[in-house]
Design a protein around this ligand. Structure first.
Ligand code: ADP
Length: 168
C-alpha cells in the first residue's frame, strides 16, 4: 500500500491545501495529513483544533487520515510506514526551502522521498497567513477557505480583535 504524508501547519486549512489533499488522495492508496508543531509561528488554532477542521473538510475522502505530531518528520514517516512526503509547490519562493527540507529528510531517513504537486493556478497566491491577514479586514473568504470552516475562522478573528481591544 502506498502511503504518503502531507505535513504542514494548516493554521487553518485553506482551499489550496484542500486542492492538494484531493489530488493526492487520487494518487496514493492512503494519505495522512499531519499537523506539525511549528515553533516559529504563533498559531491561531491549537493543533487539536486544526486536526478537527481538516477532518471536517475531508470527511468525504475515505483514504485520508488526519493526525498530528511533534516528532521529527522523518521519524514520523518511518513510524507510519510511509516513504513519501508530499508537498505543495506554489511560487518559486517555496522551492528553495522545500528542496533543502527534502534533502535533509532524505539524509536522516534514506527510505524517504519528497514529492511535489504544483499548486493549482487559482490557489498559487494563497497561504494561511494571507487568509489571516485578509480576515482581519473583513474580506469575503469563500474563494480562500472551505465553506465548512469559515464560521470558526471568523469567530476566532473576532475573539482576537476583542482581546487586542481589551488589552489597550
Ligand atoms: P502555509 O501556512 O504557507 O499555508 P503550511 O505549512 O500550512 O503553509 O503548508 C503545508 C503544505 O501545503 C506546504 O507543502 C505548502 O507548500 C503547501 N501549500 C500551502 N498553501 C498551498 C496552496 N495554496 N497551494 C498548494 N500548496 C500549498
Amino acid at each position: 500500500m502506498k502511503i504518503a504524508i502531507y505535513p504542514g501547519s494548516f493554521d487553518p486549512v485553506t482551499s489550496g491545501h484542500l486542492n492538494i489533499i484531493r489530488r493526492a488522495a487520487n494518487i496514493f492508496d492512503k494519505l495522512i495529513v499531519c499537523v506539525m508543531v511549528n515553533a516559529g509561528k504563533n498559531p491561531m488554532f491549537t493543533q487539536e483544533e486544526r486536526v478537527e477542521l481538516i477532518r471536517r473538510v475531508t470527511g468525504d475522502l475515505p483514504n485520508v487520515e488526519v493526525d498530528c505530531s511533534d516528532e521529527l518528520l522523518a521519524d514520523y514517516a518511518r513510524r507510519r510506514g510511509s516513504c513519501v512526503i508530499l508537498k505543495g509547490l506554489r511560487a518559486g519562493s517555496d522551492f528553495e526551502n522545500e528542496f533543502q527540507m527534502a534533502l535533509i529528510n532524505h539524509k536522516i531517513n534514506p527510505d524517504l522521498d519528497t514529492m511535489f504537486l504544483t499548486a493549482s493556478s487559482e490557489y498559487m497566491y494563497l497561504s494561511s497567513s494571507a487568509v489571516k491577514e485578509l480576515g482581519t479586514y473583513g474580506v469575503e473568504l469563500s474563494d480562500f477557505l472551505p465553506a465548512e470552516i469559515i464560521p470558526d475562522f471568523q469567530q476566532r478573528i473576532e475573539q482576537r480583535r476583542l482581546s487586542v481591544q481589551g488589552g489597550k
